[in-house]
Design a protein around this ligand. Structure first.
Ligand code: G3I
Length: 406
């Protein structure tokens, strides 16, 4: 074996060293996505002989997921989607940044493609999202100098935007996330929900600029306006407020108090022609959880608080990556980890079923672990090869799953 000649051996050593250096320089996340040595290469494929999730829950609530326009040409994905889901949310294509990047310009082509795909496949569409501090063009709220527009300017822009967008999709969407994530991160239990708002939201800042405090005006007023403009533009659509960490006691209180106050205000608003109908009809629980911190009792507490506020509840963006915010996971799940995650899915769906008359729908935020915004934590029901995980079986039969896996 001539590799034992010193010079060649040195070259081999250097080569091996180079390969190892490259391998360890790759992030753990990327390694997690790489095929392991000895692992068979599996071409991802959906198994449509599995029971449909939507069919399983047809007597309880709708079952949704997300799509992006570029995925609509994928026939196998479409067949899977029709099999398991009856509602779709655009993961990104209906966000303000994409629909109207510049004042006066509306770019509906991608969203319209997604809507046509949904119509062709008999899938309902939920609009996401009209008013948000993130992924929104500056023209709505901020001047060329970077300073907030005045309250009056921002209000006029909001009315223009919502009239155009909700008007364009009227009759095509069944519901809207009218306002998304208005509350700040980490706050105490507020005496007034307005105190817990995200005060650095461009919408808040603009509405504050020119607010007459002697009349009780504040930056918070953008929320009521957004709901009213949407109701007046598309009276058929069900209107949602949508947020994350909805299981934190302060945030669930703030969300409930906001819905109670704004719904009471709408009752006596002269523009209201349907006095028996609420303005904020659904509180959306994004349900972006972690296996390490998900407390199913807190989920139930939020659902019951929202019901007490008189509104319906929707689970809008469900995923449960393994690990925690401070200790994120980045390798494929072991059997035990998958089982732990699946038990949480089962416990959640048991609670959802219990409150089904109050739950409009449950939507997942991703179709397979490899297609998730939190892919590292393997958060979904189907793995990177699109095979059903324990979590899928937990969702299909939560009670049976918990009996078998106490
Ligand atoms: O489309 C561009 C592409 O052209 C570009 O090359 C690439 C480079 O980074 O970016 C692509 O855009 C990305 C977009 O997703 C589409 O893939 C953005 O960078 C990325 O920021 C964006 O992330 C989305 C995120 O919202 C943005 O806030 C996620 O896909 C989406 O899942 C996530 O969804 C949000 C909900 O709307 C609200 N609730 C929280 C949830 C998770 O963050």
């Amino acid at each position: 074996m001539d590799i034992f000649y010193p010079k060649k051996r040195r070259i081999m050593q250097l080569l091996i060293l180079a390969v190892l250096t490259v391998f360890f320089a790759i992030t753990p996340a990327a390694q997690a996505d790489m095929v392991q040595v000895g692992e068979p290469i599996v071409t991802p494929g959906w198994d449509l002989s599995l029971p449909s999730i939507a069919e399983t829950y047809k007597d309880y609530f709708m079952i949704g997921n997300v799509m992006s326009t570029y995925q609509t040409t994928d026939g196998e994905l479409t067949a899977m989607y029709k099999h398991h889901y009856n509602l779709v949310t655009a993961e990104n294509d209906m966000k303000p940044q994409y629909l109207s990047p510049v004042k006066g310009l509306y770019y509906f082509i991608n969203a319209d493609t997604l809507i046509r795909w949904a119509e062709a496949n008999n899938i309902k569409v939920h609009g996401h999202t009209l008013v948000w501090h993130s992924q929104s063009a500056a023209w709505l709220t901020t001047g060329a100098d970077g300073n907030p527009l005045t309250r009056a300017e921002a209000r006029a822009n909001m009315e223009e935007y919502i009239t155009n967008v909700a008007g364009h999709f009227r009759g095509k969407v069944i519901s809207w996330d009218v306002v998304n994530e208005a509350f700040a991160d980490g706050s105490g239990l507020p005496a007034d929900w307005k105190d817990a708002l995200r005060k650095d939201s461009p919408w808040y800042l603009a509405y504050e600029n020119g607010a007459d405090q002697s009349k009780g005006e504040s930056g918070a007023d953008y929320i009521y306006d957004a709901f009213v403009f949407t109701r007046l533009t598309d009276p058929e659509a069900t209107l949602f407020y949508n947020d994350y960490n909805e299981t934190d006691s302060w945030k669930r209180e703030a969300m409930a108090m906001m819905a109670e106050e704004l719904n009471a205000k709408w009752k006596t608003d002269k523009r209201n022609t349907q006095p028996d109908r609420l303005l904020i009809e659904v509180l959306g629980m994004q349900a972006h959880y972690w296996t390490a911190s998900l407390n199913v009792y807190a989920v139930e507490a939020a659902i019951t608080r929202f019901i007490k506020a008189g509104v319906k509840v929707a689970v809008t963006e469900l995923d449960i990556p393994y690990g925690s915010w401070t200790n994120q996971h980045s390798t494929p799940l072991t059997e035990e980890e998958e089982l732990l995650q699946a038990r949480l899915y089962a416990q959640l769906f048991k609670v959802y079923k219990q409150y089904a008359p109050h739950i409009e729908r449950v939507s997942f935020w991703g179709k397979a672990d490899s297609q998730s915004w939190r892919a590292k934590g393997s958060p979904l029901l189907f793995d990177r090869t699109f095979a059903a995980k324990q979590a899928y079986y937990a969702v299909i039969d939560p009670e049976g799953f918990l009996r078998a896996n106490p």
